[in-house]
Every structure is written in C-alpha cells, then in structure tokens.
Write a protein that binds this ligand. Structure first.
Ligand code: MG
Ligand code: MG
Length: 279
C-alpha cells in the first residue's frame, strides 16, 4: 500500500505489461504466496512477530529473490505485521507477542527477475470475537468484488466502488482513504493509485496489460487513521480493529487474472489449530 500524498508527486506514468512480464510478476507473486502460507503454518499465541519476519526473509532469499519492503523508504523488515488496531505498516519486533484473540495482517513483497509481487492476508486467532471474524470475512470478500471489476473497459472507479459499496454502504465499516492499492511491476509502487473507494465509471480506463495490487483496508469503526509514534504503523483513530487483504492482479478481457494465490495459505491455516480460517 502506498501513502497517496507521496504517490501523486513521484509517479504518473502507467506501464502496461507484456504477457512475458506478467508471467515474471506471477512468479514473484507465487513466492510471496508461499511465504504467506508458511506464516500461516507458524502463527500461534505467544510467538513474536520478529520470528515470522526472519522466516519470511530466509524463504525469499532461498529462492534467489529479495524482500521488496526491506529498506523501502527506510522500512526495516521483510514483512509488515499489523496487529488489531494497526491497519498497515506495522514493524515486526520481538516486543510484538501474538495473543489468543489477535488479528494479524501480514503483508509481503518479493522482487525476483526484475519484477515485484505483492500480497497480504489477515490471520485471525481462534479466540477472536464473531464481530472481528465478520470484519475479516467481509474485507476478504470485498477484495474479490474489487477484482471482479478489474476487467478491460471498466474504469478504476469501478473497483473502488465495488469495495466501498460492499464494506461501507452494506456493512457499515470504514474504508481507509489515506492508503490505496497501486500498480505493480519493475517498481513496487507504480501508477495508477487504486483507491478502495470511488464512483462508478470514473478514473483511468482499464485495459489488458495493467497489473495492479488491489488491497482493501477496512476498519470495524470509523475510517480515520493516524500514524503511531514509531512513525511507521498506521493505526485506527478510534483504536478499533482493522483488516487488510491483497492480491496482485492483471486486468483481463472479461476476467482479471489473479497472480498471487491464497489457496496455498488456506491449506496451512486450515491445519493450524490456533487460527480461524477466513476465506
Ligand atoms: Mg500493495
Ligand atoms: Mg502489500
């Protein structure tokens, strides 16, 4: 995810990818998907966030790839690990001990063969409340509603509208405004911005070759967020829980091609007795 303000200034060019380039992005995305699946096998109460970060970095480097986030804008880790009221950009540390009812958003990027892949999933501990589980289920479903709109001939606003209509209008949750999805390619964050809110029929016209990360960040309470004292973590202003799910997708004719793959982590989460499977 990217902070909109900075994004506007730095990037404007939209790069459309060839089918060969899309396959390279898919390979990076599949590595990210493997990392998230591995994380899904490890998470348990009492574990600290730095452990999964180290595991993720090893797995990425074992494949001859590089963690996309480490060093990006000075970010110190491989994963963003954002627990409960932290929306995104949480820094994994040994001080972050997972609790029995935590919701843990894990965001990962990997760079391989000149291209990035980017995907995120919010893991839910078995002790989480039904309200929290519902927030995560609705947020995950909204990701696929956004993806359904990522087809040639639609516009960017159709993606944001699909996500916002479902989460905010139909379920009363808050759609984070300050952070958005983005193009993915040779750079981790490319143009265009992909907001999780919007109006139908507005914005950039979508066409084949456009590769974007769609990543709803949805708050149980109000949409407002602020930056934590660590200057990285984005937290909900009302301190209520937030959820975050992300896929990198290629816009297609009639159907988007989802380049990352959460089915790998569905298997590890389903066999991890500490976690509730959100799918
Ligand atoms: Mg992203
Ligand atoms: Mg991400």
């Amino acid at each position: 995810m990217e902070l909109q303000r900075e994004f506007n200034i730095l990037y404007s060019m939209v790069y459309y990818k060839t089918s060969e380039e899309i396959e390279l992005i898919r390979a990076s995305c599949l590595l990210v998907s493997k990392v998230l699946a591995h994380v899904g096998s490890l998470i348990r109460p009492g574990l600290t966030a730095d452990i999964i970060d180290r595991e993720a970095e090893s797995l990425i480097r074992d494949h001859g790839a590089v963690p996309s986030f480490k060093g990006y804008g000075g970010f110190p880790a491989t994963l963003c690990v954002s627990v409960n009221e932290i929306v995104v950009h949480g820094i994994p540390s040994e001080k972050q001990v997972f609790g029995e009812s935590d919701v843990i958003s894990v965001d990962c990027g990997a760079y391989m063969n000149g291209f990035h892949g980017d995907s995120a999933y919010t893991f839910v501990m078995g002790g989480a409340s039904s309200e929290v589980i519902q927030l995560c289920e609705i947020t995950n479903q909204s990701l696929y509603k956004g993806i359904s709109a990522a087809v040639e001939g639609n516009r960017l606003g159709d993606i944001g509208f699909a996500i916002q209509h479902y989460t905010e209008s139909q379920h009363g949750y808050g759609v984070v405004r300050e952070l958005v999805g983005h193009g993915v390619g040779r750079e981790l964050h490319e143009s265009p911005q992909v907001p999780n809110y919007g109006k139908r029929g507005r914005g950039l016209k979508l066409k084949e070759g456009l590769v974007i990360a769609i990543e709803p960040m949805i708050n149980m309470g109000k949409h407002q967020v602020e930056t934590a004292p660590d200057n990285w973590s984005i937290i909900t202003r009302d301190r209520k829980v937030s959820a975050h799910y992300e896929h990198t997708v290629a816009v297609g004719k009639g159907k988007a091609d989802i380049l990352s793959d959460h089915s790998l982590l569905y298997e590890t989460v389903a066999s991890n007795e500490n976690l509730f499977l959100i799918k």
